[in-house]
Design a protein around this ligand. Structure first.
Ligand code: ADP
Ligand code: MG
Length: 263
């Protein structure tokens, strides 16, 4: 048993991480998609999550947002439960999980970014519309403001979703593959905006497949393969052993190897 120091001492000595996971396991139905995840993201850090399809990147983000409850372990966001921190986070889901077949304008979609704070039902005020236009301008998408979202290209959709996330003015931005399916120019724009947001003190965690972009824009990377297999400065992506652990097939579980039915 450990004895906790007084809270005032803890705060002075170790600033609370923006995101902290301890031995977290999470998954769907009977199966675990991530296991034994220890992760700390400090305030104002820009961190990339990489890994093959199915490695658990989206699962990890959903667990941090509080959409998925951990099966084991502890998740703390901004010093409390994910649910309590929800209004202070913006989450951009993976594109294929977003429905685009509803008849809304781009502006309405951006305005929905603040629904949690405005309280449902309050009509937008001129200041809200100004802020929404400013958020769209940050991602060069102001010209889309009155367009129906059904008409947008993949790159335009990602810019609108990022504008919605920025409009919410969150302390933490969690983005699931914001650059997948967008052209290289848009990807560079998105990354530049994320770097600016980090410089302004926001905490940014991004799942991505683009390792070159990670090397160019991020300070720290977390490599996933059903759990975290490596994390550190982005230079670890030059290490063959790290890349093999991340992308070189599934980890072999010792308990499966010992099971005679799998021999
Ligand atoms: P990634 O984002 O790295 O591609 P995911 O976190 O989406 O990985 O998926 C991790 C594992 O969890 C995969 O095996 C995937 O099939 C499974 N999975 C993801 N979402 C669901 C779901 N809604 N129901 C059941 N299994 C899921
Ligand atoms: Mg995913």
């Amino acid at each position: 048993m450990t004895v906790a120091p007084p809270a005032s001492y803890r705060r002075a000595a170790v600033p609370e991480a923006a995101i902290q996971l301890k031995r977290v396991a999470a998954g769907y139905d009977g199966t675990l998609a991530i296991d034994a995840v220890d992760l700390e993201v400090r305030s104002g850090e820009m961190v990339a999550l990489v890994g093959a399809n199915g490695s658990g990147k989206s699962t990890l983000l959903k667990t941090i947002v509080g959409l998925l409850r951990p099966r084991h372990g502890e998740v703390r966001v901004l010093g409390g439960e994910p649910q309590a921190a929800r209004p202070r986070m913006s989450y951009l889901p993976q594109q294929e999980h977003v429905r685009w077949d509803f008849p809304l304008t781009v502006e309405s979609v951006v305005l929905m970014g603040r629904i949690g704070r405005l309280g449902l039902g309050r009509p937008p005020r001129p200041a809200d519309r100004r802020d929404a236009a400013a958020a769209l301008a940050r991602v060069d998408a102001e010209y889309l403001r009155r367009r129906p979202v059904t008409d947008l290209s993949g790159g335009e959709r990602q810019r609108v979703l990022l504008a919605r996330a920025l409009f919410a003015d969150p302390e933490i931005l969690l983005l699931d593959e914001p650059a997948t399916g967008v052209d290289p120019t848009t990807e560079e724009q998105l990354m530049a905006v994320l770097e600016e947001e980090t410089a302004r003190g926001r905490t940014v965690l991004v799942a991505t497949h683009d390792l070159a972009s990670v090397m160019a824009h991020f300070a720290r990377v977390v490599c996933m393969n059903r759990g975290i297999v490596a994390q550190g400065d982005v230079s670890i992506l030059r290490d063959d052993a790290v890349l093999r652990a991340t992308y070189g097939g599934h980890r072999v579980e010792p308990n499966l190897m010992a099971d005679e039915h799998h021999a």
